[in-house]
Design a protein around this ligand. Sequence first.
Ligand SMILES: O=C(O)CCC(=O)C(=O)O
Length: 295
Amino acid sequence: MNSGLLRTITPDEVETYHRDGVLLLSGMFDKDWIELLNKGIDTNIKTPTRRSRIWYKDTSGRSMFYDHTAWQNIDEYKKFIFNSPAAKICGRLMGSATINFFFDSVFVRSTGTQFETPWHQDEPYWSVEGYDACSIWMPLVPVKKKSSLSFVPGSHRWKTVFKQYNFGDLNPVGKKNVDQVDFSDIAEQELPNINADPERFGVVSWDIQPGDCIAFNGRTMHGGSGKLDDDCELRVFTTKWAGDDIRIKFRDYGMDPDHSVEMIEKGLKPGDCLGTDMYPRIWTRINYKKIKKHS
Ligand SMILES: O=C(O)CCC(=O)C(=O)O
């Protein structure tokens, strides 16, 4: 398993990440990581956390499983978080001095599932705020462009507060105890209908192979994955990473995932940096010199 970078991240790639808020990185993880994470997802599905949800289920049995913050009980996830190059990739892209792990999530669609993830920006849902948050979206099976996660380049710099989707509503099996978010009181605008005119928004997506990943900023608008062919499944492992300017923030309108209870239990409060054994520091830049500020 590679713990170092399989290849250099180029200055052009860093530039693209900050300009577009999203970047496809080919060939970053060797096949041992993919095997390990597939095993981890099998365990996760068999032993879901209390916060897991089935986002979608149809009468033919096609479904989508979602879970998050499962890493502390799944050795394969733990190994990936502490030993894979993911934290280093985020550190290089963000130009941060340190990288703490934030949380993991999985999105597992059975073959032929049509369900599309609604468009959204992650950071407004989270129990933290800041520019320096990077997600690593890693499919563990090949994904066609039409089924892959799509992005609106540049949307990480949008200033509008949108009325975003309440993912807590995605409960076809009737599970009630989930994080609820209601943006109505703070929203300045409805979410734009990106699917109605993807070209106007410059929507991008890619064919992806296991070992590739997409890195994106916590504020970048994304969605639209799904629409699977009958012989294609989609298994995705995502990790969220915090760089220099990320601070804890509790939001009155709800959070998803809502980590506030666990954060308070760990002695963390609004305004603090992430830390403790729940948000371990995984990477520190050697000879850090603040040369560029992107936020
Ligand atoms: O894979 C998906 O369908 C959704 C991924 C996502 O929203 C995320 O990783 O933040």
